[in-house]
Write a protein that binds this ligand. Structure first.
Ligand SMILES: [Ca+2]
Ligand SMILES: [Ca+2]
Ligand SMILES: [Ca+2]
Length: 186
């Protein structure tokens, strides 16, 4: 809004007197929605343990908009994430919407959309990468529930009969065991 003073002069020869009038004109510049919302940064990476509680906070992704009024009022929404995440439409706070399982999905890539309330609306996106970290929540398992062997009675003591590798669903945990023709290790 600007105030523009205008001075009008009226010099009358008859009255030999000067009258002046000060007129104030108010010019109000109305905003148009000519700016997109902006994320900074546009890529956020977060680590979340697979046993994190539902509704716990994951990240706060904020955008700004230099317009005014409705043209800068931002609402947030999410794309992707298989329904396991939700975002507060006003604050941009991303939280866990369902239980995670690293052994099923170890990483999610979400698109956070910020849309202003102008007419027409303008929008921007940011990427949120969620890396699900491992928790020791699975016991080791053998690939078969039962193994059968035939062993010659002439088999020498200490010979390897079967090599078993119990499979673990956890990361970096693949123990192995040899079954030998004896009561102790081969
Ligand atoms: Ca504007
Ligand atoms: Ca805007
Ligand atoms: Ca696990």
């Amino acid at each position: 809004m600007s105030h523009l003073p205008l001075r009008l002069n009226n010099k009358s020869a008859y009255f030999k007197k000067t009258f002046s009038l000060l007129l104030c004109i108010i010019v109000e510049v109305t905003d148009i929605n000519d700016n997109d919302p902006k994320f900074d940064p546009v890529l956020v990476t977060k680590s979340v343990p697979e046993n994190a509680e539902v509704e716990s906070n994951v990240a706060e992704i904020k955008a700004t908009d230099i317009d005014s009024g409705f043209n800068k009022e931002i609402r947030y929404s999410l794309r992707g994430g298989e329904g396991r995440f939700s975002v507060d439409p006003v604050s941009g706070l991303v939280s866990l919407g369902a239980q995670l399982d690293r052994e099923t999905t170890a990483e999610y890539e979400l698109l956070v959309v910020a849309e202003d309330q102008g007419r027409p609306a303008r929008s921007a996106t940011a990427t949120l990468q969620v890396q699900v970290t491992d928790v020791n929540d699975n016991p080791p398992k053998f690939s078969e529930p039962e193994y059968q062997l035939e062993v010659l009675e002439t088999e020498s003591v200490g010979a390897t009969l079967l090599s078993l590798s119990p499979l673990s669903l956890q990361t970096n945990m693949f123990p192995s065991r040899d079954i030998c023709n004896g009561t102790t290790g081969c």
